[in-house]
Design a binder for this molecule. Structure first.
Ligand code: FAD
Ligand code: FES
Length: 245
């Protein structure tokens, strides 16, 4: 697992890519793994806590975040200008075990759950990847995925783009050797239960409110088949059957 650091990182770019969705690039000359995240802070005192944001992409020099403006923390991040700094603590969490995954892989996202999946599909080289992604009205960020996936299937709630309905309508897990997912918990639970029923390996990236991000406060504890686990330290990635069997 890559070593953790807590450092000020200089922002290189921070631009909107869709309504309320920003892409931030910052200098980060350390290794990171697909599915890991950082505790990010772009302000002084308030809000008190740093915010967990996944690694969208990284190349050993830069790290990229794709984030949705939800409240005060992400609003302050969206105001960062190139040359200003953000405090990054991480990389945190376990990430997806991409080296153990082979064959046909479905990568399934809901909304901003697409964020950790770009570095993930890049790390799945040698696999045949189908990206299934759900959005409210309109897709974003998909061009970056195209060189690394065989197919992209889109669902929207409104039907303005792709299939009108749930992203889970876009695939049958039985057609794949493995499924990777990040998005709303209700979507991931439905998909993971389907995978369990069809005996397909499924990796789920969980979201929880996080205070420390290092397993100290127990604020992000989640019940699993192996007892209570910290999503920040033992996750955020879990096997589907650990959570839902
Ligand atoms: C491991 C992990 C990785 C994440 N990666 C990304 C990412 O790559 N891009 C991205 O846009 N977001 C990501 N998130 C969610 C992000 O952390 C929250 O949106 C952010 O903390 C909101 O902070 P805020 O101050 O803007 O909003 P707040 O004022 O703190 O909250 C605004 C609203 O968002 C809800 N919310 C806040 N934090 C969370 C959370 N952790 N889970 C669910 N709901 C929450 C609150 O209940 C409230 O309704 C991730 C969360 C986790 C746990
Ligand atoms: S956020 Fe503190 S233990 Fe996970």
């Amino acid at each position: 697992m890559p070593a953790k650091h807590c450092e000020s990182a200089v922002v290189i770019e921070n631009q909107p890519v869709a309504d309320g969705i920003f892409r931030m690039v910052a200098w980060w000359p350390y290794p990171v793994q697909a599915g890991q995240f950082f505790m990010v802070r772009g302000w002084d005192r308030f809000p008190l806590l740093s915010r967990p944001i996944s690694v969208h992409d990284a190349d050993g020099e830069r790290v990229v975040f794709l984030y949705e403006v939800r409240g005060e923390g992400t609003r302050l991040l969206s105001e960062k200008k190139p040359g200003e700094t953000v405090l990054l603590s991480g990389p945190a969490g376990n990430g997806f075990p991409t080296g153990q995954i082979r064959g046909k892989v479905a990568v399934v996202s809901g909304g901003i759950g697409i964020a950790p999946l770009l570095l993930t599909v890049k790390a799945l080289s040698g696999c045949a990847v189908t990206l299934c992604c759900g959005f409210r009205d309109k897709s974003y960020g998909l061009d970056a995925f195209r060189p690394y996936v065989q197919e992209i299937r889109v669902a929207t709630d409104s039907g303005k783009e792709g299939h009108k309905g749930f992203v889970t309508d876009l695939l049958d897990p039985a057609d794949f050797d493995a499924v990777i997912t990040c998005g709303p918990e209700v979507m991931m639970e439905k998909l993971a239960r389907d995978c369990i029923a069809k005996q397909v390996v499924c990796y789920v990236s969980m979201e929880r409110h996080m205070a420390c991000g290092v397993g100290a406060c127990l604020g992000c504890t989640h019940h699993t088949a192996h007892g209570a686990k910290c999503v920040c330290k033992d996750g955020p990635v879990f096997r589907g059957e650990e959570l839902y069997a």
